[in-house]
Every structure is written in C-alpha cells, then in structure tokens.
Design a protein around this ligand. Structure first.
Ligand code: ATP
Ligand code: MG
Ligand code: MG
Length: 312
C-alpha cells in the first residue's frame, strides 16, 4: 500500500480577478472555486489518476472536513485522516489576475495539535505499516509542530521498515534527512538552503551535492522547474529535461513529479523510466490550471520528448 501523509492540509479558495489586482479598486471576480490544498493529497490525486490504490492521511480539523473529503473523493482519493475535534480545516486564499505574473497566496497556520494527538496519530499509522509499504510525507507540518517532533514521527515510520519519501523544506527537511529516508525531492531553492550554497544552475547543484555531507540517502532528486531535475543515486548522476510546454500553472508541478516518482518506485521502474515518467506527468500538470492532477494521455505523448542523460 502507498500512504501519503499531509500534516497540514487545507482547502484552497482560488479567486481569479479581472485585469490587474489593484488596491483601492473594486477587483471584479471572473471565476472562483475551491481546490485541494496540501502536498501529500496532491500526490494521492496523481496516484489515483494512475489507478493506483493509496490512502491519504494526516491531521484534519473537524469543521470543514466534509468539504475537503468531498474534494478528495471527487478525485478518487480515499481520505483517512486523524480528526481534530473542535478545530477547523485550514483555509488558504490564492488570488490570481489576468497579468499572469504569478499568484498571491494568503494562508492560515493551521489548527493546534496536542502532543497526545500526535502520539495517537503516529501509533495508528505505524500499526498499519508493513515493510513493503511506501509512505510519502509531503509538505511541511504546521509551524506549531516543531522539527524535532516531526523527526520523531518519521523515526517511528522508518522503524517499521516501510520506505520513506520526503518532500519538505527548511528545518523540517534538515531534520528529516537524519532519519535517512529512501528519497528526498527538494527543489533548487530548498536544496540551496539545505546545503547552504547558492544554486542557479545544474553545475551549481552538482557542486553543492558533491561538497555536502548528506547522509547516504538512496535517491536525492533536485528539481529545477522547467529545467528539469537531477538524480543522485548509487554514485551516479542523471539529468532529465522536460519538453517545452504551454505553462498555465506551475504550482504543484513538484507534487505531480513526486506522484510520478512514487508510482515508479512502487512499480519498480528502472531509473530512466522512473525519471522520464515523472517528468512527463509534471509537464502535463504544468499545462493544467489546477494545482493537482494531470492528463495521462497527454503525459504519454510528452514522455517521448523528455531528454534523459547519465552525467556520471
Ligand atoms: P511545487 O510547487 O509543487 O512545490 P517544486 O518547486 O517543488 O514545485 P519544480 O522544480 O518547480 O518543483 O518542478 C518539479 C518538476 O516539474 C520539474 O523537475 C520539471 O520536471 C517539472 N516542471 C516544472 N515546471 C515545469 C514547466 N514549466 N514545464 C515543464 N515541466 C515543468
Ligand atoms: Mg518550483
Ligand atoms: Mg515542492
């Protein structure tokens, strides 16, 4: 089984306004809708789109839970979250205008979670895990959970023998690598922060990796947006580059990429297939307006145009 863990999920309220979003003016709404917010849940959407059974777990506030569950079920995701009584699901606002200059994100912190609730959630998750399971922790927890607590959840999961996949940033990524997960996927900015190096190119990324003291993580993938990604695995370096696509919304491309990688790990794809597959899934995502999901038929066509190279 594949489990995705979203410790701080949200409902994203997407609001598109006419012309340029401007202070002191009535900004007219062209369109608004609610979307699934939370990186682990986005990974689940990709897996469900690929008809691969998975469970989405994490913490969820009691108020608003039904709405988020309905959004997940619409995308064929099975939600199985630890419910936080008398608290609300986190609500985020994403404002976009017709300039296509990027969105404005307005986010809440998320509900408080007691240490007892963290203990219960972890014990329940761990009790279900078997060594051939994959567990994907995607997205940071709420700032109210400190990085040591996060690491102790990961340690418990690791002890079960299940494979741990991490997509986190900052302090949380720094703590997560101490548990030696199977795979991490920082983007170039997250990797620069982790290695304390300036990264603006493929060469910088390789240099940062070679001078780092990272523990022996089986797969380290650094993603560089439309430039593609680099995989460091078994002392080799691989580079993969997506074709040029008509980018509508690149937010969530990383989550789509992780979804493709997890699928490939689960199906035991060889390295080249793993990378070209995930790259085509995320390129298809870039062409979609929503922050999760992709079009499998489009991804299959794009895959033919993905460039793959073994650098070392
Ligand atoms: P997220 O917003 O989901 O956290 P991220 O910053 O972690 O994203 P990126 O490095 O932006 O991840 O993107 C992940 C992968 O998605 C890239 O390695 C690339 O394969 C693909 N990708 C991203 N942007 C584009 C794009 N504009 N066109 C084609 N492919 C893209
Ligand atoms: Mg990015
Ligand atoms: Mg990311």
């Amino acid at each position: 089984m594949i489990y995705t863990v979203t410790l701080n999920p949200a409902i994203d309220h997407i609001i598109h306004v006419k012309d340029e979003l401007t202070r002191g003016k009535n900004n007219h709404v062209l369109e608004s809708y609610n979307d699934i917010g939370g990186k682990g849940t986005h990974v689940s959407v990709v897996l469900s789109c690929l008809e691969t059974q998975n469970k989405a777990t994490g913490f969820i506030g009691e108020q608003g839970k039904n709405e988020l569950y309905a959004l997940l079920r619409e995308r064929k995701v099975i939600p199985d979250f630890f419910v936080l009584p008398n608290r609300s699901v986190r609500q985020n606002y994403v404002l976009m205008d017709e300039t296509h200059a990027g969105s404005f994100m307005i986010t809440h912190t998320g509900p408080t979670i007691t240490s007892e609730e963290i203990k219960l959630f972890t014990a329940d998750l761990v009790s279900k895990l078997a060594p051939d399971d994959l567990v994907v922790f995607a997205g940071n927890p709420s700032k109210l959970i400190n990085a040591n607590v996060y690491r102790s959840i990961l340690e418990r999961v690791k002890e079960t023998g299940a494979q741990l996949i991490i997509d986190a940033s900052g302090e949380y990524l720094k703590e997560a690598i101490k548990v030696t997960p199977t795979l991490i996927k920082p983007n170039q900015f997250e990797f620069a922060e982790l290695t304390k190096k300036t990264i603006t190119s493929i060469d910088d990324t390789i240099g940062a990796m070679e001078n780092s003291n990272l523990p022996n993580i089986d797969y380290i993938i650094v993603s560089l947006g439309k430039e593609g990604s680099l995989l460091f695995h078994n002392n080799s370096i691989y580079r993969v580059t997506p074709p040029k696509v008509n980018t509508v919304n690149d937010t969530g491309c990383g989550d789509a990429f992780v979804g493709g990688i997890v699928y490939a790990l689960y199906k035991k794809f060889a390295v080249k297939d793993m990378l070209t597959f995930a790259t085509s899934v995320s390129a298809s995502k870039a062409m979609q307006p929503t922050s999760s999901g992709f079009v499998p038929s489009e991804a299959s066509l794009l895959r033919e145009q993905v460039a793959f190279e073994k650098i070392k």
